[in-house]
Design a protein around this ligand. Structure first.
Ligand code: MTE
Ligand code: MO
Length: 414
């Protein structure tokens, strides 16, 4: 058997044996799986930052992450993990919509099924994906559409992420278009839609299934990935294969991908017609008092810069030089510039950009700053991409999606 299959299965078994994945995933609200800062003490990296009262949890194959919900698991990556080019698999954020997520997959029987408007109703095994297509690799940024939702004012209901529902990873897999070519897409197909192994709680609940237009599927850079950062996909991030849609929000990155349907009519399930939509207005913004009725599915990432260090509420010392650093992302055109303000936006200076990692990767930046006055300082950062797209000072939408306003960060200078 192919060595990579063995690695994948071994890894999975090891994780399950070590932690009892099935039980842990089924009953993770038990006290032993999470702790509060007040009970456990502050983790070192938070230093003198504000006390984050959100519980932490350790799930199978995962490090301690911030837990927004346990069933289904919504786990946020702490900011200190974003100081390196790649986000480690065990620290990568987790988001599932249904608690009925897969907890084990047998690679001997697993199949990726093709249905609908295809010439050959293919069933591909994991081994087929490894051997029948040319492998490709890319470093790609992913981000939940609701990343940073908790910063919207007025607040909006939903998963109250701070900035950690994102990450950057190297994926290995096959191009979606190569796989679709083998299945043979019929000329009348308008969409390909993607479904995973997770099951809705009730028969009447809609499967989590997301579409791409047929042009995007057949001509774009979407990948079916079987490796993340040189290792099998963690179970919670979509083992054994997931869709990677470079430059597009992670809601399209269907995990534990098991079914691809070629459609002659667009899919209009709950996940398309109700959720993950933004207003159709200039700048996608709306008045909180009069939300707009006309919405459209969100798609690609807006241009945006985020602080990684210092963290909110961090303490800096007057007269001591410090490095302010962060990441910047867009939908693949490329980050051209990041500016930083240390006086609440009155004056701006250019940050230094690190080398480009990959087309759809985040780009790292840093700026030197020596605080000259004590008290609270408001830092701001904003990015501009190669198309000239930059960030607005204010924007709001009722879903709390696609945040892209200029980032603000309050730090204490002592
Ligand atoms: N099968 C399946 N895939 C899914 C989802 C899901 O609920 N089920 N959620 C999507 C959403 S909204 C996000 S943000 C990403 C999260 O990916 P991650 O858990 O690997 O970070 O998975 C996407 N793919
Ligand atoms: Mo998401």
């Amino acid at each position: 058997m192919n060595e990579e299959i063995q690695v994948a299965r071994r890894r999975l078994l090891k994780a399950m044996l070590a932690t009892g994945a099935t039980t842990a995933l089924a009953g993770c609200s038990s006290g032993s799986l999470f702790r509060r800062f007040t009970e456990a003490g502050l983790p070192d990296h938070l230093g003198q930052g504000p006390v984050d009262m959100r519980p932490w949890a350790r799930y199978p194959e995962k490090a301690d992450l911030i837990m927004l919900a346990d069933r289904p698991p919504l786990l946020e990556t702490p900011m200190h993990y974003f100081k390196t080019d790649l986000t480690p698999n065990d620290a990568y954020f987790v988001r599932w919509h249904y608690a009925g997520l897969p907890t084990h997959v047998d690679l001997r029987t697993f199949r990726l099924n093709f249905m609908g408007a295809v010439k050959t109703p293919l069933q591909l095994s994991f081994q087929d994906l490894l051997t029948k297509f040319e492998p490709v690799g890319a470093t790609v940024f992913s981000q939940c559409a609701g990343n940073s939702r908790s910063f919207f004012r007025p607040q909006v209901p939903g998963a109250e992420w701070t900035n950690g529902a994102m990450g950057n990873a190297h994926y290995k897999g096959v191009l979606l278009r190569d796989v679709l070519k083998m299945a043979g897409v019929q000329g009348n197909a308008v969409e390909a839609s993607f479904r995973g192994l997770d099951e809705p709680p009730l028969q009447s609940s809609p499967h989590f299934e997301k579409p791409l237009t047929i042009d995007h599927a057949l001509q774009g850079d979407a990948m079916i990935a079987y490796e993340m950062n040189g290792a099998p996909m963690p179970m919670l991030n979509g083992f054994p294969i997931r869709l990677v849609v470079p430059g597009w929000f992670a809601t399209y990155w269907v995990k534990a991908l098991s079914q691809i349907t070629l459609r002659t009519e667009p899919l209009d399930n709950f996940w398309v017609k109700t959720a993950y939509r933004i207003p159709v207005t200039p700048g996608f913004t709306e008045d909180p008092k009069h939300p707009t009725e006309t919405t459209t599915p969100l798609t690609n990432y807006p241009t945006r810069a985020i602080f990684v260090s210092p963290e909110a509420g961090g303490k800096l010392h007057k007269g001591s030089p410090c490095i302010v650093e962060g990441i910047a992302v867009d939908d693949g055109a490329g980050i051209r510039r990041v500016e930083v303000s240390t006086d609440g936006g009155r004056t701006w200076g250019d940050a230094q950009l690190d080398a480009v990692i990959d087309k759809y990767s985040w780009r790292r930046w840093k700026a030197r700053w020596t605080p000259t006055e004590t008290g609270t300082a408001t830092l701001k950062c904003r990015a501009t991409n190669a198309n000239g797209e930059t960030q607005p000072d204010y924007e709001w939408n009722h879903g709390g999606y696609r945040r892209r306003v200029v980032e603000s960060l309050a730090v204490e200078v002592v």
